[in-house]
Design a binder for this molecule. Structure first.
Ligand code: URP
Ligand code: ZN
Length: 495
């Protein structure tokens, strides 16, 4: 019997801290050896002329997420609509992810106001188990009543869920400052990270009302309803309250320099705050929403895509390390499925009623590689860290996002010179469009391995549904509070 199940031969292996030309020996789904030449293997995968990258780790993905209301700026107190489930299933999302070189995701268990989290978790566990991706969960906290924070959170932590997601906007989801503080305290007591959507709810509502009153209802006014100051204010507040509690947070989908500067300032003070951005803030602009009729809805996400100048600033904040994770925020709604997706509230709907979110699971790595590495904005090491190692480290996923002996053999074999024009078919997702249609990229995944199994080769995905694994997360030092509290008085001591 051969020593290794598979050897990946002769690629340029990118570790995030330099490259080395070597073979990778894989045994029982793990990397068992890195050596100049490995011969004793059952089979060989030739990586000559290719880069070998860690499989992408996408820690912000909305997949098959049941929603009641959800990602719109719907009116306060509006009756929650029927329960809908996003079109992207765990099977289609896995196919799309593998097509784009991503092998692990962290996605979102919903909570609906007035209800506990455990029933939703039980349902979501079953959905996720049908896919092929390895996965973990963020738990959305939309209604932090005592039963949730005191009784249910400890139970989900025991199951290995160690991030609580909060929204500071969206009608059925947003938290008040007081509620947010309670979530921070709970996270601190149970060793969780808090991830935050930072936009000011009241400010968006106020501007939205004024825009609609003025008859400005088209998709492009989505951007006008939430200018950078709205994001900057909420980012500042989210960080300030987290600093007060001494609870580490990650600010999700940073779209503009003003918000990134808030993060940079806090990091300089030593506060444990991390910033994530997404390809949409590097490859789309607000002008994309200014297309005839309903077409601009295809680019509507929150925060809104900004200007070319903001894009340049976001690249700068990536280079400085202020923003250290690039996720997709994959949240797909089809454009042309009557009664569903972006059109769910009727074709002539105002921007307020159109669901926010765009698909991006498969496009994430090619766009960041092409716009970043191929165009010389970032190096290959940074690319690996932004898309795989940093998200895995921040979420407490050891064995993911790295190429090292003992790690899971999750790999993307990457042709750095291959030119492709992005089309919806290439995305292999369940959504009927990609916002990146027609974008030319240089650099493309030609094979994806998940735990040593070749799950994509030359664009053909072959993986058995139900083979994805849940990734339980244990306590990890990276997100430990600093022990720095105002006046030396800890208002949230361990229980
Ligand atoms: O527009 C967005 N980003 N939709 C997904 C939900 C969220 O805000 O993360
Ligand atoms: Zn968000």
């Amino acid at each position: 019997m051969a020593e290794y199940d598979l050897v990946v031969r002769g690629g340029l292996v990118a570790t995030g801290f330099g490259t080395t030309r070597c073979d990778i020996g894989i045994k029982a789904g793990r990397i068992a050896a890195l050596a100049e030449r490995i011969t004793d293997a059952e089979s060989v995968l030739d990586a000559g002329g290719l880069l070998v990258l860690p499989g992408g780790v996408d820690t912000h993905c909305h997949i098959e997420e049941p929603a009641r209301g959800g990602y719109t700026s719907a009116q306060e107190g509006a009756a929650p609509p029927e329960v809908t489930v996003q079109e992207e299933s765990f099977v289609s999302a896995s196919t799309s992810a593998f097509a784009g070189g991503t092998t692990s995701v962290v996605c979102f268990v919903p909570q609906w106001k007035g209800e506990g989290i455990l029933p939703r978790l039980a349902d979501y566990e079953q959905r996720a188990a049908r896919g092929m991706l390895d996965y973990s969960f963020h738990q959305i906290i939309a209604d932090p009543f005592p039963g949730v924070l005191e009784e249910e959170v400890p139970q989900i932590v025991a199951k290995g869920i160690r991030s609580l997601k909060v929204f500071l906007t969206y009608e059925p989801l947003h938290l008040t400052d007081e509620q947010y503080l309670r979530v921070l305290v709970t996270a601190r007591r149970h060793g969780c990270l808090v991830t935050v959507h930072c936009e000011n709810y009241a400010a968006i509502n106020w501007r939205t009302e004024a825009l609609l009153k003025a008859g400005l209802t088209a998709p492009k006014y989505h951007a006008w309803s939430r200018p950078p100051v709205v994001e900057r204010e909420a980012t500042h507040r989210a960080i300030a309250l987290a600093e007060l509690v001494d609870q580490p947070i990650q600010v999700f989908h940073v779209s503009c320099a003003e918000a990134a500067e808030e993060i940079a300032r806090a990091q300089y003070r030593g506060v444990k705050v991390w910033g994530e951005t997404c390809p949409q803030y590097l490859a789309l602009t607000a002008a994309d929403m200014d297309r005839p009729g309903f077409a601009g809805a295809a680019f509507m996400c929150s925060p809104s895509p900004r200007s070319r100048e903001e894009q340049a600033q976001i690249w700068e904040m990536i280079r400085r390390g202020t923003l250290d994770v690039v996720s997709s925020d994959h949240c797909g709604f089809s454009m042309n499925r009557p009664g569903a997706g972006k059109q769910a509230s009727g074709h002539g709907a105002s921007f307020r009623d159109i669901p926010n979110g765009i698909p991006g699971l498969a496009a994430r790595l090619p766009i960041l590689f092409s716009e970043g590495v191929s165009k010389g904005r970032i190096g290959l090491d940074e690319f690996v860290r932004l898309t795989a190692s940093n998200p895995a480290r921040l979420m407490g996923l050891p064995g993911k996002g790295v190429i090292a002996v003992g790690a899971d053999a999750d790999l993307a074999l990457w042709d750095p010179a291959k030119k492709m024009v992005l089309t919806n078919a290439l995305m292999q997702h369940a959504i009927d469009y990609t916002p990146y249609e027609g974008l030319e990229v240089t650099g493309w995944p030609v094979a994806t391995l998940r735990r040593g199994e070749v799950v994509m080769r030359d664009g053909v995905v072959q993986a058995k549904p139900g083979t994805g694994r849940f990734l339980p997360r244990v306590p990890y030092a990276y997100i430990q509070p600093r022990g720095v509290v105002a006046d030396g008085f800890d208002a949230a001591p361990p229980l």
